[in-house]
Design a protein around this ligand. Structure first.
Ligand code: ZN
Length: 555
């Protein structure tokens, strides 16, 4: 049986699991057919089906064609999805988009996506790319926008009422990119290049998901990314790089030369230069379906952090990417593990087998001592990484990663902090979406909160590269959110105990009313972790029957 992922990937029915040791077998037995069955039974989240979306790359009128100015914007840091990322105005398709009048376009699908892009552009930055709009005054355009945003008029109605129409020749199609399956929200985004009408100035509107925007030369924008000052998703980066080479005759061809611009899956994601996020499919905890492996590289060396997939096809895909970096003159220095969980370590042996076969030698594996202890007889760790140790990579740029011992999610958990760029590889302490499970005895809530506070104190944090999901470009907000979320939950748990709930099950029933019942057994694990912390703090005690009650005041 195959499960169709509309991103163009098929989950083939029988992918062999490379390792067969009892321990790994335990964690990797969920091979694809079982997964497919679980999907059918509704037990596992399916990969998110990408939703249609469109984005408009606006080019400034009379710009220098050798290094054109384009309009880019920063997404609000309050957004859960890609908050703080730099992007082009755009968004998700609405049902009525297909009804808008679009001339010179025979394909209804393309017409609908042009309409979607034009509507989003108008809604987010107030630029109306419609024929006939040139006779409208600024005030008239503002009132049209108000009609649209207040939903007095639907987009097609509005265009018709004011005698406006869209013309496909104003929109140059420059690619269609599908969000990799590691994200909680996935889009199949159509990108269009369009000239900004001379009399209109893009300005971030009140209801926009964008917090600021500006004209910038494509080359300057690309350089800002190269200096690790901005974070962007692969299609945005590709657009900046392509436009930086000028508005040449082969511009569209260059845009479409990337296979990912033709809906091929994006595997290698470089949110920051020299940090490749390479999500691999793993039997991980829902809602995640993938674990991020990170390849940190300089001109000479590569560090591989958390090669976690037990699946052979995924191990091969990762090995290809590593080979690519090696073929440019680099060597793999080490494989490093953030923590013990199988979805972070199950690809270590596979990668080392590949390196031995193809390049003549395996590389050392490094982890915290406690991780190495737990992995004994399963993955051999050759070197212990200590708290505060600095890993210096040879070559350019000078990358120094400071290891931070941050237990809580797992006993030997490590994060890695790059002081130069403010990037933090956060393992499973903070992830790009979903919540982090603290499952005792490996998990410890008090230590976890302490670790989050340690991370919060790091200066100049600019991005979190978590074990799952997209990078987090609003790190301090995200860490604060994690801490307050845990403390609020703990309040509810303590309240439940004080009101007489005495078992994790009873506590979950009272303190997790916002969580669907299918997640309640996981919630019970988290409750145990909170109870342990509350016990240590003298607020809760365990009775001789193993149940819990509020601690009696000692006075
Ligand atoms: Zn984990």
């Amino acid at each position: 049986m195959t499960v169709k992922d509309s991103g163009g990937l098929d989950w083939s029915a029988d992918i062999p699991v490379r390792r067969r040791e009892p321990w790994l077998a335990l964690h990797t037995k969920m091979k694809e057919p079982i997964r497919a069955g679980a999907l059918d039974a509704g037990k596992m989240p399916a990969l998110q089906i990408p939703k249609d979306a469109a984005a408009i790359i606006l080019v400034r009128p009379d710009t220098d064609p050798t290094n054109p100015e384009i309009f880019w914007a920063r997404r609000s840091t309050k957004l859960a999805f890609l908050g703080g990322f730099y992007a082009f105005p755009g968004g998700q398709r609405e049902p009525s988009d297909i009804e808008a009048p679009v001339r010179h376009c025979n394909d209804p699908e393309t017409a609908a996506m042009i309409s979607c892009g034009a509507r989003e552009l108008f809604e987010e930055v107030g630029v109306l790319l419609a024929r006939g709009a040139q006779t409208l005054t600024i005030g008239q355009r503002a009132s049209l926008l108000d009609d649209l945003e207040s939903k007095r008029l639907a987009w097609p109605e509005l265009l018709n009422l004011y005698g406006l129409h869209l013309d496909a020749s104003d929109f140059t199609f420059v690619g269609r990119w599908v969000t990799p399956p590691f994200a909680p929200r996935r889009f199949d985004t159509w990108f269009f290049l369009a000239d900004c009408p001379a009399k209109q100035q893009p300005r971030i509107t009140e209801d926009s998901e964008l917090e600021s925007g500006e004209w910038i030369r494509a080359g300057d924008a690309y350089e800002r990314w190269q200096r690790s000052e901005v974070i962007a998703v692969p299609p945005v980066l590709h657009a900046l790089k392509t436009l930086a080479a000028g508005l040449t005759a082969d511009l569209v061809e260059r845009f479409l030369s990337a296979p990912q611009a033709r809906r091929e899956p994006t595997r290698r994601i470089e949110f920051y230069p020299n940090y490749i996020c390479f999500p691999v499919r793993t039997p991980t905890k829902p809602p995640a379906t993938h674990t991020n492996c990170y390849l940190v590289y300089t001109s000479r060396e590569i560090l591989v952090i958390d090669p976690g997939s037990p699946y052979e096809d995924e191990q091969l895909a990762l090995a290809d990417c590593v080979d690519d970096l090696i073929s440019q003159g680099r060597t793999v220095r080490e494989i490093i593990l953030t923590h013990v969980h199988p979805d972070h370590v199950a690809g270590v042996d596979g990668l080392n087998e590949h390196l031995t076969q193809k390049h003549g030698a395996a590389v050392p594996v490094a982890a915290h001592r406690l991780t190495a202890e737990s992995l004994k007889n399963q993955v051999s760790v050759n070197r212990f990484v200590e708290d505060d140790e600095v890993l210096k990579l040879n070559g350019e740029p000078a990358i120094r990663l400071r290891a931070l011992y941050t237990p809580g999610h797992a006993r030997g958990h490590l994060c890695f902090y790059d002081e130069r760029t403010g990037a933090l590889i956060s393992g499973d302490n903070i992830v790009g979406f979903g919540s982090v499970l603290i499952d005792p005895p490996e998990g410890n809530m008090r230590e976890y909160l302490d670790s989050l506070r340690t991370m919060r104190l790091l200066p100049n944090l600019s991005v979190l590269f978590g074990g799952h999901g997209p990078a987090v470009a609003n790190p301090y907000e995200k860490i604060d959110e994690y801490i307050s979320h845990r403390l609020q939950r703990e309040e509810l748990i303590l309240e439940a105990v004080r009101e007489g709930a005495s078992t994790p099950k009873e506590i979950v029933a009272r303190a997790y009313t916002d969580v669907p019942t299918r997640a309640h057994s996981m919630a019970e694990r988290a409750v145990l972790a909170h109870l342990k912390k509350l016990e240590d703090e003298g607020l809760v005690e365990q009775t001789s029957h193993g149940t819990y009650r509020a601690a009696q005041a000692n006075d």
